[in-house]
Write a protein that binds this ligand. Structure first.
Ligand code: URP
Ligand code: ZN
Ligand code: ZN
Length: 510
């Protein structure tokens, strides 16, 4: 089914029959409705050498320019996926989409940049970064990195500074779950939050109470529940709510912004809502699986079918999905990720006798743009400008990439999609571009279709055909102190002065 093959196996052109894009470095997208998060207008978009040079009505150009007619269609910033795991070693295996196949899938679905999580190597952030630099060499679209923090000592603290000041990383993820592997305790989380604050880096958390999950897993095994449904039963939403609340309170204590990844439950969402109402800077990221699926698949009698839905936090009972959509539409949650972290059926079968051994993760990098459109815009819950905000612009703002990314403005990178709202999409494991052999959204249909994807000024997806170029993607450095840090110094100063005055005087004992 795949219309591309892997990089690095000889000459890409001759072995795969896929030629690099032949379009010129000059493009004119004519007559579409150009949508940014702040406005939409009918305009032409002119691109040269990978950059948007002009956005205005009726641009005239010479014969050397490739024309794309977007009449009746939306011209939008390519999606930015804030949460992926390509070629990640995890749970005794490695995710099957690497930086080429995962990105090719992304481009076929209208996503033109992603931010992946670097996992340290033997506790070293520098070694982890170097390993991911190597993995990402075959990239066919731009990407950035977050860094996971899985232990704490002086060297980790020092390396965090190197990552921020020299390597272009401005966010660190702390896992409050995965006891015995990635999990950190509150003491480490506090140290990490303090360090993030001093570096202007955004702290991110996987919020589940890992100790309680461990207990819940034991409980299921004792009851003889070893199938995939045991995964969901062992880590209920209350444990996600607890950890979300704890992380939020610790971030408040430290007075630093916090980003909650993969918000899967009402419990977690309500904690975020409460914190934001109180003025705290907390960002909530739902993922497309949590927005459109419920847990019923985990009870499928076929193990492989059920196991494909295993991710953490788990996909919840029906009702959480709709509540997360509503929270997204009202601004309680701000942007949509995927947590694309795929394992094929053979890898999922590692847990055939014990759900604790099923590698955790689902797909979404190719499906996010279509499913969010259908679920949120087509249903009438949000506007087209809001769609651009939650799939692209807000991610660029949070990770300090705006307006280079996340916008169709003069000077922005030419990462653009042409979206036809009158066409339709259908998802199938047999036609998707990921390397995995299953798809948690298999069979889903909806309105709207990404007809053209332009990345770095090149047309890479058109007429259902991919023309991707391994090695053409760039690493994008993300500077610290995003807008979320505005005002932190002032609120710190206010807090300190409230401690000093009034100065208490005690009567002397004599
Ligand atoms: O199940 C998941 N989410 N797998 C990826 C690792 C993570 O926790 O994000
Ligand atoms: Zn996670
Ligand atoms: Zn993840």
């Amino acid at each position: 089914s795949n219309q591309f093959c892997d990089a690095g196996i000889g000459n890409h052109e001759s072995t795969c029959g896929i030629s690099p894009s032949s379009s010129s470095s000059k493009l004119l997208i004519k007559g579409g409705t150009v949508v940014n998060a702040h406005q939409q207008e009918i305009a032409d978009v002119y691109v040269e050498d990978g950059v948007i040079v002009a956005v205005k009505p009726t641009i005239k150009v010479g014969d050397d320019v490739t024309l794309l007619d977007a009449t009746g269609k939306y011209v939008m910033p390519g999606g930015i996926d804030p949460h992926t795991h390509l070629a990640m070693e995890f749970m005794g295996t490695e995710t099957i989409d690497d930086f080429f196949s995962g990105q090719a899938a992304a481009l076929a679905g209208g996503t033109t940049m992603h931010i992946d999580f670097v996992i340290p190597v033997n506790g070293s952030l520098v070694a982890g970064f170097e390993a991911y630099e190597r993995k990402a060499k075959k990239s066919c679209m731009d990407y950035g990195f977050h860094m996971a923090i899985t232990k704490w000592d002086e060297s980790v603290s020092r390396e965090m500074e190197i990552m921020v000041k020299e390597k272009g990383i401005n966010s660190f993820k702390f896992f409050m779950a995965y006891k015995g592997s990635l999990m950190i305790n509150d003491e480490l989380l506090l140290q990490g939050l303090k360090r993030c604050k001093s570096l202007g880096a955004l702290a991110m958390v996987h919020a589940e109470n890992g100790d309680a999950v461990f207990e819940g897993q034991k409980r299921m095994i004792e009851l003889g529940i070893t199938g995939p449904e045991g995964h969901a039963l062992s880590r209920p939403a209350v444990l996600e709510g607890e950890a979300t609340a704890r992380a939020i309170r610790l971030a408040r204590f430290v007075n630093t912004p916090l980003y909650i990844v993969h918000v899967m439950s009402i419990d977690a969402m309500e904690e975020i809502s409460k914190a934001r109402k109180s003025g705290q800077k907390v960002i909530g990221e739902p993922v497309v699986s949590g927005l459109v699926l419920d847990d019923s698949g985990l009870w499928d009698p076929d193990f492989i079918t059920a196991a494909k839905y295993v991710m953490s936090p788990p996909i919840r009972e029906s009702g959480h999905d709709k509540a997360l959509q509503a929270a997204l539409s009202t601004g309680v949650l701000q942007l949509v990720g995927t947590d694309h972290c795929v394992f094929n059926s053979t890898q999922k079968a590692l847990g055939i006798d014990d759900f604790r051994k099923i590698p955790n993760g689902v797909n979404g990098i190719e499906e996010r743009m279509h499913l969010v459109w259908d679920t949120m815009v087509e249903s009438g819950q949000i506007s087209v400008t809001d769609y651009v905000r939650i799939t692209s612009t807000e991610c660029a703002r949070i990770f300090n990439l705006y307006p280079r990314k996340g916008a169709i403005l003069t000077g922005s990178d030419a990462d653009i999609i042409i979206f036809n709202p009158n066409s339709s999409f259908e998802i199938s494991a047999s036609s998707h571009h990921s390397r995995t052999d299953t798809n948690v959204f298999d069979g889903r249909k909806g309105k709207g279709k990404v007809e053209v994807t332009i990345v770095g000024g090149r047309v890479v997806w058109q007429d259902d055909e991919l023309k991707v170029v391994p090695g053409s993607g760039k690493y994008i450095e993300m500077p610290p102190f995003s807008y979320l840090f505005n005002g932190i110094d002032k609120s710190d100063a206010k807090y300190l002065s409230s401690l000093r005055a009034p100065v208490r005087r005690f009567n002397s004992a004599s």
